[in-house]
Design a binder for this molecule. Structure first.
Ligand code: ZN
Ligand code: ZN
Length: 243
């Protein structure tokens, strides 16, 4: 487990390169410094058609960074299907991809929540759906080593499957793939901790990072009881002094 409090990091912060975020890179860096963070990952939403990634990477590199702060980059992209295909443009090189379940990664492509509910109503079992999601995560992690999982399993409540739990085998395989591929897994302020996530084992393997999912600089590095309590319950570091 990390010796440093996890809350000294924020691995998921959006800037104006994302359509729905309002703060500049500089404002987010200043907010991270103000919050006393050690690590900040600046990421924005991409699709296969996105063309601004080189501009984004250059803009981050051009920002002055306070001495005690480590600034990382990445792009957030959704899984397209259960084979773990990602909605990313060509030419990312070794840029970190933050892998998201913004749609359900179905057997034949991304399913919206409504489409997923329809498939469930028409006979797809809850267990088979959950296995599709686990398959997608495993394949996506293996296809792009060193990635980060954004708000893992956040799609489940959207498709009416918030009640599901992972089997022991699913949890063990998930953790094994996370470790084998060097993946980081978020505890995300906006989405909370899914009961499906084997948080204790991920903490023990030192694979967990904190993520505010900030779309405005005032949210950078801010975590509350909704994520800190499950984290503490699972054996992770609680709020830092003064938070
Ligand atoms: Zn997301
Ligand atoms: Zn995000």
């Amino acid at each position: 487990m990390s010796a440093r409090p996890l809350t000294l990091g924020d691995y998921h912060v959006h800037s104006t390169f994302s359509d729905d975020a309002v703060s500049t890179l500089a404002e987010n860096i200043a907010a991270a410094e103000e919050a006393g963070l050690e690590t900040l990952r600046l990421i924005d939403h991409v699709r296969a058609s996105t063309t601004w990634v080189p501009e984004f990477v250059a803009a981050v590199a051009a920002e002055p960074v306070p001495e005690q702060l480590r600034v990382l980059t990445g792009v957030e992209a959704k899984m397209m299907d259960a084979t773990g295909r990602l909605d990313i443009p060509d030419g990312l090189g070794d840029l970190t991809v933050v892998i998201a379940d913004h749609q359900f990664p179905g057997s034949d492509g991304p399913w919206s929540p409504d489409e997923t509910k329809r498939r469930l109503a028409e006979g797809l079992s809850d267990e088979a759906a959950l296995q599709l999601l686990f398959d997608a995560y495993a394949a996506a992690m293996r296809g792009r080593r060193g990635s980060q999982l954004a708000h893992p399993f956040s799609i489940l409540p959207k498709v009416g499957l918030a009640h599901l739990l992972a089997s022991e085998q699913q949890a063990a395989e998930f953790v094994a793939v996370v470790v084998e591929t060097g993946t980081l897994v978020e505890v995300n302020q906006k989405w909370g901790v899914s009961p499906v996530l084997p948080l204790g084992a991920l903490l023990a393997a030192d694979r967990v990072v904190m993520a505010s999912d900030a779309h405005v600089a005032t949210d950078v590095g801010r975590y509350d009881g909704a994520v800190l309590q499950p984290l503490a319950d699972a054996g992770g570091s609680g709020p830092r002094v003064g938070a």
